[in-house]
Design a protein around this ligand. Structure first.
Ligand code: NAD
Length: 441
């Protein structure tokens, strides 16, 4: 069983409330951090090797060190809680059950960054969690951990919760900042990165919920001890939200040394596939990362066990590997249709495209319509090549990664399951002619 750092107290009744959280050692990391300098805290985070848990895996300490610090200009920490990636629900779990872990992490991180106004941008659908967070913020403030002169340190901090309105694109950090500023959530060109020009054009660090929560154990056990957990550049623990055809869907904390096979079949985690069905494929990092067939999922190109970490999942590049991404682990058994699954994702990305960039705005619609055409039995062999061509024209040609996220699932599905596309085209009469009708309009 993996070591637990984030969820170790998640089972304790009342852990959502300040008093219980404090009894379990909560806010001791804040007390420890306030005896350190901001530079020392950043150094601990760098030493820990913590990588951004939102999906990109960018080194957190490095991002913090990029934060511009011009005299007299306020800077901000913005926590990205706009968790919208299909298959990803780990931040929801953290915030719902351990809101004080996030707030404690925010206090330490804001102190390290010199921020006095910090924000949690939460997806609109998590309305009940907004209430939980606001209640926890009030409790922390009443106990002297937020507000003016925290613990007599002379340091002031306010945390605000800002609810989004249900647009996936607002999870992209620059669209998120636009939305936070009260504007339409259209992504900005990068550079400048938010670390230089972020919220209200001020230096801003945008970090995922899990990333900021991980700062608490890092300060508690030290960066060096945190770095000893895991392997290579995959240090510490990672939350995985597992769903699809598995016996035990849920949120698991893993230490990034366990194999994919163990994660799927062990009773400590997913508990295998229902009804003895065979594993067909998996999307291990949220819907944006490439789907991989079972054989390539369980073994690397060198025939070694594939491990649940950043390096091993990506082994072999996009041709054979996939990505750790946000840790949204979606399992497909032998009965699932990859073409249908790909169409569902294409519909999602088409719906969520902000429309700013032509390749994404138009291309996602084209991919969705062609996939529907194949599924309703009207496909032609040339449609497969057309799909391939369209996804190639989207990838890398848009302001933000939504375009890539829409292109990669299509590319991987064709790469690994071309015969399934061909089967649909060769067997038009076996298709559900409903596709393209009201359900999938
Ligand atoms: P990115 O690689 O562009 O950036 C990662 C982070 O590093 C950003 O915060 C960026 O500002 C920072 N950064 C990179 N280079 C920098 C530099 N030179 N100076 C300062 N800062 C720098 O990736 P991204 O667009 O932030 O995220 C893409 C990922 O998001 C995808 O891989 C996907 O897995 C994930 N995703 C997650 C969800 C979710 O719900 N969790 C939803 C959609 C996508």
């Amino acid at each position: 069983m993996s070591k637990k750092l984030l969820l170790k107290d998640a089972h304790i009744e009342g852990i959502r409330y300040f008093e219980t959280y404090r009894k379990q050692g909560g806010y001791e990391a804040v007390e420890k951090a306030f005896k350190m300098t901001p530079e020392e805290i950043t150094e601990e985070v760098k030493t820990s090797g913590l990588r951004g848990r939102g999906g990109a895996g960018f080194p957190t300490g490095l991002k913090w060190s990029f934060l511009a610090k011009p005299e007299g200009v306020p800077r901000h920490l913005v926590v990205n809680a706009d968790e919208s990636e299909p298959g990803t629900f780990k931040d929801r779990y953290l915030m719902e059950f351990l809101p004080h872990l996030l707030i404690e992490g925010m206090i330490i991180s804001s102190f390290a960054l010199g921020a006095h106004d910090s924000y949690i941008y939460i997806r609109g659908e998590y309305a009940w969690i907004t209430n939980i967070l606001e209640e926890a913020i009030d409790e922390a403030k009443a106990a002297g951990f937020l507000g003016k002169n925290i613990l007599n340190s002379g340091y002031d901090l306010e945390i605000y919760v800002h609810r989004g309105a249900g647009a996936y694109i607002c999870g992209e950090e620059t669209a998120l900042l636009e939305s936070l500023e009260g504007k339409r959530g259209n992504p900005r060109l990068k550079p400048p990165f938010p670390a230089v020009k972020g919220a209200w054009e001020r230096p801003t660090v945008v970090n995922n919920v899990e990333t900021i929560a991980a700062v608490v154990p890092i300060i508690n056990i030290t960066g060096a001890e945190y770095a000893k957990i895991g392997v290579g550049k995959s240090t510490g623990t990672k939350l995985i939200s597992a769903c699809g055809n598995i016996n035990k869907p849920g949120v698991y904390e893993i230490d990034m040394t366990i194999s994919v096979e163990e994660f799927i079949y062990s009773d400590d985690y997913c508990g295998g596939i229902p009804n003895g069905k065979k594993l067909k494929a998996c999307i291990p990092g949220g819907s944006s990362v490439p789907i991989v067939p079972a054989n390539l999922l369980l073994k690397t190109i060198n025939g070694e066990d594939r491990i649940m970490n950043y390096e091993s999942l990506a082994d072999g590049g996009f041709a054979t590997g996939t990505m750790m991404g946000s840790g949204g682990f979606i399992v497909l058994d032998e009965d699932q249709s990859v073409v249908e699954h790909t169409m569902t994702l294409a519909r999602f990305y088409n719906h969520e495209s902000c429309g700013q960039c032509t390749p994404c705005r138009e291309g996602t619609g084209w991919m969705y319509r062609i996939l529907k055409k194949i599924l309703r039995g009207d496909g032609e062999m040339k449609d497969i090549d057309l799909l391939w061509d369209i996804q190639r024209k989207i990838e890398g040609n848009t302001i933000c990664p939504l375009g890539d996220a829409a292109a990669w699932p299509v590319a991987a599905a064709i790469r690994h399951f071309r015969d399934e596309f061909e089967w649909y085209i060769d067997n038009p009469e076996s298709q559900t002619r409903n596709y393209g009708m009201s359900n999938y309009a």
